[in-house]
Design a binder for this molecule. Structure first.
Ligand code: ZN
Length: 454
């Protein structure tokens, strides 16, 4: 009897430990598995001359931690659309679906719409295009993630308060003959701004912040390649808070979208910088939490793991973890370089300069064979410039080699089905302790915000 009583009191105190989260942050590190977090922390620790694992990201010391399964209705290995639909709408679906059930016969309702209905303001921000899968699952209902124009039409109709991202992939539709998505968005009461200062000064009630026209509309540059006028996730998160804060509360989703992109290309140096970029954005939310600790909930997780990343050299050799910081350019820059003719010597020098590596005997064998297989004609010497075919494959193979030297050992260029970490702090955070499925995440947010999940 006493035991039952103790258990009941414990259970009650666990459920009553929070009142209501009024300000909710959901950070999604796209592709950010345990390997990505571990490697980044090991790098940060080494940079400070400390023990491995002691370098912390802003979210990795959150008081509540858990882990989440990510499989989809069609595969053990999910895509961002299916896992996004799971953690936005609470249901499993087939890979590729955006906010719809597996058969694409029914629209699902995301936590963002549920909170909007309760009077919360809603913000959706990403470092890739705003019509990409992860942001889209919160506002759109489409059978396929590649229906970019239709997804953008759903954005215009969403009524959400703040969006930010790089741009739109198909602003005029696949055939480039549709009504401009910008006209449609403006008709729906949004102001479209293309600089941080215009965003800050705008008094429009509904805002869409994009990169300037002169920048790529598909994604922000990698953090490792950024110039001073490029947006950071921390800047857009701060602006989102400014625009969303109100007496009734807000829900803000922030996606670090290029952790996944770097991981697809097995580029650990860029990936680590992307994780740090998102960590800086979490810091902005954490500063907000410190002002409103009883009303704020911050959840940080991932949609899936990408790259099958393990921490190791791949061959049991020595690891130059600080080499991650010596890398000065992303895989994008390497791909660009390989599009132009290059000699083997030039390539080796370029890698030393930009990837910060010293080419060892073993690397030399690999590099030479890659170069020989890719060269359109057989070079007469190491100094003969060659045009390369299959430069995409060569790019990835070189990046895999560079990453392994620096401790990032990848096993695939795709997603994996391993579990992902969940970190939480603030009001209702204890709900995120232990093992969960990605479909539980929006239901837990609903519980923390006292929204009935029907
Ligand atoms: Zn991906």
């Amino acid at each position: 009897m006493k035991r039952i009583l103790i258990f009941t009191v414990f259970a009650l105190s666990a459920t009553l430990a929070y009142s209501q989260a009024k300000y909710v942050f959901l950070f999604i590190g796209d592709g950010m598995g345990f390997g990505a977090v571990t490697l980044t922390e090991d790098y940060l620790a080494a940079r400070q001359g400390n023990e491995p694992g002691s370098g912390t990201l802003t979210f990795s010391t959150f008081p509540v931690t858990g882990f989440s399964t990510t499989y989809s209705a069609s595969s053990l290995v999910t895509c961002s659309a299916a896992s996004g639909t799971a953690f936005a709408c609470g249901s499993k679906t087939r890979n590729g679906r955006i906010g719809m059930n597996a058969d694409a016969t029914e629209n699902l309702t995301s936590i963002a719409y549920r909170l909007k209905e309760k009077g919360y303001k809603v913000g959706i921000t990403t470092s890739v295009s705003i019509d990409h899968a992860t942001p889209a699952v919160f506002y759109a209902h489409q059978a396929s993630r590649s229906m970019y124009y239709e997804i953008a039409q759903d954005l215009a109709k969403s009524g959400f308060d703040f969006f930010s991202g790089a741009g739109f992939v198909e602003p005029l539709g696949k055939d480039k003959r549709q009504e401009s998505i910008f006209g449609l968005i403006e008709k729906n009461g949004y102001a479209v701004v293309r600089s941080l200062s215009d965003c800050k000064s705008s008094t429009a009630p509904k805002l869409l912040l994009l990169q300037p026209d002169s920048k790529p509309q598909t994604a922000y540059p990698y953090a490792i390649d950024k110039s001073s006028d490029d947006y950071t996730l921390a800047q857009t998160t701060a602006l989102a808070i400014e625009k969303l804060q109100n007496g009734k509360g807000f829900f803000l989703m922030v996606e670090g979208g290029k952790i996944d992109w770097a991981s697809h290309d097995n580029d650990a140096g860029s990936m680590v910088r992307e994780v740090i970029d998102m960590s800086e954005a979490v810091k902005v939310a954490l500063d907000f939490y410190r002002k409103y600790p009883k009303q704020t909930l911050i959840v940080v997780t991932a949609d899936h793991e990408t790259g099958g990343l393990g921490v190791g050299s791949g061959a049991g050799g020595s690891i130059d973890i600080l080499g991650l910081g010596k890398q000065k350019a992303s895989v994008d820059k390497l791909a660009q370089r390989l599009k132009d003719a290059t000699s083997y010597s030039e390539l080796k020098a370029w890698l030393a300069e930009n990837m910060g590596i010293t080419v060892s005997y073993g690397d030399e064998i690999l590099l030479r064979s890659l170069f020989a297989a890719s060269a359109k004609s057989k070079p007469s010497s190491d100094d003969t410039p060659c045009t390369l075919k299959n430069s995409g494959e060569m790019t990835r193979s070189i990046m895999r080699m560079v990453s392994a030297k620096n401790g990032g050992s990848y096993s695939t260029f795709d997603h994996t089905g391993t579990m992902v970490p969940v970190y939480a702090i603030g009001e209702g955070s204890e709900l995120f302790r232990g093992k969960m499925d990605n479909t539980d995440i929006p239901k837990k947010i609903a519980k923390a915000t006292k929204v009935e999940w029907k």
